[in-house]
Ligand binder design. Structure first.
Ligand code: PAF
Length: 272
């Protein structure tokens, strides 16, 4: 496995990658969810390239950029164990050699709802770094988790709207035995918070199992949520994050705080 820390090393490694190349973009602190992305990438491509970069552009001033877990040695072991060919671990200066970029990707109206409403500028920061990493790694395929469903939707849309020569592939969320979605932020939870955090996936499951139209879905989810987590949003949309249909395929998305940790989750469902 080659570990490239700068553009020159990445470019050397990239030209030697034969066949179809898949990229998995991460901020490190790799867990089973990332391993599922890497395995899905390895199934579909000849070579797999993983990027590890905690992107300052997508953190707000009061968010967890400084305390975001950085576990590079363990991350490299995960990559090696999963047969990754190349890992790109740039520094902040390597990614943004001219300081914070003034030209950025605007996510459009979808960037202002849900996560974007709670985290102004978040998707501008995400799409800007994703576009840069796509240019630097030039993959045929790029894998993103459904756990960050709005991010996946916006990355797909950026690829579509700007004709990026890459296929964006979504990978189902990996969950703990009790339903909690795997997330690097789960490691902030103390044992009591960890137990309370199951409320998010429980609410989604209750909503997905409800019958009686959109209102019944939301009512069932809210009832199952309980009072131990502080709800940020619970939203029912169509699969593209537009207005919820009266029936048929939809998406139910949730964000809530457990203590000072903000968690998100979502599920596909059929409104019946
Ligand atoms: O999902 C993430 O970990 C990040 O948002 C990404 C896609 C690596 C961009 O920094």
């Amino acid at each position: 496995m080659i570990v490239a820390t700068n553009r020159a090393e990445l470019s050397d490694a990239r030209v030697k990658m034969a066949g179809t190349v898949a990229v998995v973009m991460t901020m490190g602190a790799l867990h089973d969810g990332h391993e599922a992305l890497i395995r899905a990438a390895a199934e579909r491509a000849d070579r797999v390239l993983v990027t590890i970069f905690v992107n300052p552009l997508q953190f707000g001033p009061n968010e967890d950029f400084d305390r975001y877990p950085r576990t590079l040695d363990a991350d490299l072991a995960v990559c090696a164990r999963n047969g990754v060919d190349v890992v790109f671990t740039p520094t902040r200066e390597e990614m943004y050699p001219h300081g914070e970029p003034s030209i950025r990707v605007s996510p459009g109206p979808l960037g202002d709802i849900l996560e974007g409403a709670s985290r102004p500028g978040f998707f501008n920061g995400v799409l800007t770094v994703v576009l840069k990493l796509l240019h630097l790694t030039r993959p045929d395929l790029a894998f993103f988790g459904e756990k960050d469903y709005q991010q996946l939707t916006l990355v797909r849309r950026m690829a579509r709207d700007t004709d990026l020569p890459v296929r964006i592939v979504g990978v189902p969320t990996v969950r703990e035995a009790d339903g909690l979605a795997r997330s690097s932020r789960n490691r902030y939870l103390d044992p009591a918070q960890r137990r309370a955090a199951v409320a998010l996936s429980a609410a989604l499951a209750a909503g997905a199992g409800a019958t009686g139209g959109p209102d019944a879905v939301l009512a069932a989810a809210r009832a199952a949520l309980g009072t131990e987590v502080e709800l940020d949003y619970l939203a029912l949309t169509d699969p593209e994050l537009g207005p919820a249909p009266a029936s048929g395929p939809a998406r139910l998305l949730i964000a809530a705080r457990v203590g000072s940790t903000r968690l998100i989750d979502n599920t596909a469902l059929e409104i019946a």
